[in-house]
Write a protein that binds this ligand. Structure first.
Ligand code: AMP
Length: 357
C-alpha cells in the first residue's frame, strides 16, 4: 500500500497504553478509526478507540483477525513479541518496519547498529556467556542493562567495583545484557523525529530531560544546549531514520558530554519526552505518527511555544485540581483507575511563552 489512507480507514495499534490512547485520539481527529490490540480490557486506549481486540500476544487467530480488520499496523511499545509482529505483518504493512523494532528492542542489536552507522555511544560490551570479559574491557563505574525488556530504569544495575560483577549479573537473572561505561554527561536530551512514506524527514526541537529514579520526570523545550548540539541531535535522528527505512515517529535519547553527543537509546514509537508537542506545535507527535504511517504528508512540527512537560506519576495525580487552576497548564490524563507508585498517570504541559522571534 503506497496510497494515502482515506478517511474511514482503520489504523491497528498493538498495545493499548497511554501512547496508544493519544495515537487513537489523533487518528480520530484525522477521520481515521483506531483498532487496538491489548490483552487488558481496561487498557487506557480502550475508551477512545473505535474497536479493541482483547486477546493474548500469542493468540494467532486473534492476531490474524485483527490484521484482517485494519489497513495498517503500528505499535506503541517495543516489547511486542516478534512472532506476533510477524503474524500481522504477513497480512498488513507494519510501520515502523520489523527491522526498526528488532533493532531497538534489543540493546545489543541497537548498539551494534549505531556503531555501524558511525554514531557514538557509551563504551559497551555484550554480556551473553559470561561477564568477565566485558568488565575487563569496560571497567567501572559501569551500568549493566538487560538486552531486552528494560524500561523506566528497570533491568539495570550500577556496577562500581569489578568484584561485584557476577552478583550484579545474577541479580538480573544472568540474561543477555550489555555493560556500559558510566557516562559523565552534563545533560540528557532527546529528539523526536518522523519519516514519511516518501522518505521526508521532519524533527521536533530537542528537549532537555530530567529523570528521577530512572523515570522521566520533566522535559523542557527549548533544551538549554548550544545550537550546534541541537543541530547535531536532529542530524543523528535523520541518519537513524534513513538507515532503518523508517516510517513513523522515533524517539532518540542522547547524552550531552564535553566531547559531543552520545546516543543512549532509540525508541521506535512516539515518546514520553515528545508529549510537549501537544501544546507546543501545530502538529504534535501523535498526529505526525498517524500521518506518516497513513502515507499522508508530514505536518508542521515547528515549535510555537516554550513548554515544560511534567509527568504525573503515582500520587501526583492528587495535584490535578491545583494544577487545573494554573494559567498555561494543559492537563493530559490517561484514565488509569489504579494508582501505583511509579505508574505514569498523566502529564501536564506548561506553556510558558512563545519562542523568541
Ligand atoms: P536507559 O534505560 O538506558 O534510558 O537508562 C535510564 C537512565 O539511566 C538514563 O536516562 C540515564 O539517566 C541513566 N543512564 C543510563 N545509561 C547510562 C550511562 N551509560 N551512563 C550514565 N548514566 C546512564
Amino acid at each position: 500500500m503506497t496510497e494515502p489512507l482515506p478517511p474511514g480507514a482503520t489504523v491497528g495499534i498493538l498495545g493499548g497504553g497511554q501512547l496508544a490512547r493519544m495515537l487513537a485520539v489523533a487518528a480520530a481527529r484525522l477521520g481515521l478509526h483506531a483498532h487496538i490490540y491489548d490483552p487488558d480490557p481496561q487498557a487506557p486506549a480502550a475508551e477512545v478507540a473505535r474497536r479493541q481486540t482483547v486477546a493474548a500476544w500469542d493468540d494467532a487467530p486473534a492476531l490474524s483477525a485483527f490484521a484482517g480488520a485494519v489497513d495498517v499496523v503500528t505499535y506503541e511499545f517495543e516489547n511486542i513479541p516478534p512472532a506476533a509482529l510477524d503474524r500481522v505483518g504477513a497480512l498488513r504493512p507494519v510501520r515502523p518496519n520489523a527491522r526498526a523494532l528488532a533493532t531497538s528492542r534489543d540493546r545489543i542489536a541497537e548498539k551494534a547498529f549505531l556503531g555501524a552507522l558511525g554514531l557514538a555511544t557509551a563504551p559497551w560490551a555484550p554480556v551473553t556467556d559470561g561477564i568477565g570479559a566485558a568488565v575487563a574491557r569496560i571497567g567501572t563505574p559501569a551500568i549493566l542493562k538487560t538486552a531486552t525488556m528494560g524500561y523506566d530504569g528497570k533491568g539495570q544495575v550500577r556496577l562500581d567495583d569489578p568484584a561485584g560483577a557476577e552478583a550484579a549479573w545474577a541479580a538480573l537473572g544472568r540474561v543477555p545484557a550489555v555493560l556500559e561505561g558510566h557516562v559523565p554527561f552534563t545533560a540528557e536530551i532527546s529528539v523526536i523525529a518522523a519519516r514519511g512514506l516518501d522518505g521526508t524527514v521532519a524533527a521536533y526541537d530537542p528537549g532537555l530531560n530530567l529523570h528521577e529514579g530512572g523515570i522521566l520526570r520533566r522535559t523542557t523545550v527549548p533544551a538549554p544546549v548550544p545550537a550546534r548540539l541541537r543541530a547535531d541531535a536532529v542530524l543523528i535522528a535523520g541518519r537513524i531514520l534513513n538507515a532503518l527505512d523508517y516510517v513513523g515517529v522515533i524517539g532518540v535519547e542522547l547524552f550531552v558530554t564535553p566531547a559531543g553527543l552520545l546516543v543512549n537509546e532509540i525508541a521506535p514509537r512516539v515518546h514520553n519526552s515528545g508529549h510537549w508537542t501537544q501544546n507546543g506545535c501545530a502538529v504534535d507527535q501523535f498526529e505526525q505518527h498517524i500521518r506518516a504511517i497513513a502515507g499522508w504528508p508530514l505536518g508542521d512540527g515547528t515549535r510555537v511555544a516554550d513548554v515544560t512537560m511534567e509527568n504525573l506519576i503515582g500520587d501526583d495525580i492528587a495535584r490535578v485540581p491545583a494544577i487545573a487552576r494554573e494559567p498555561g497548564a494543559a492537563i493530559h490524563l490517561y484514565g488509569k483507575a489504579e494508582v501505583r507508585p511509579g505508574r505514569k498517570m498523566g502529564h501536564v504541559n506548561r506553556v510558558l511563552r512563545g519562542p523568541a522571534a
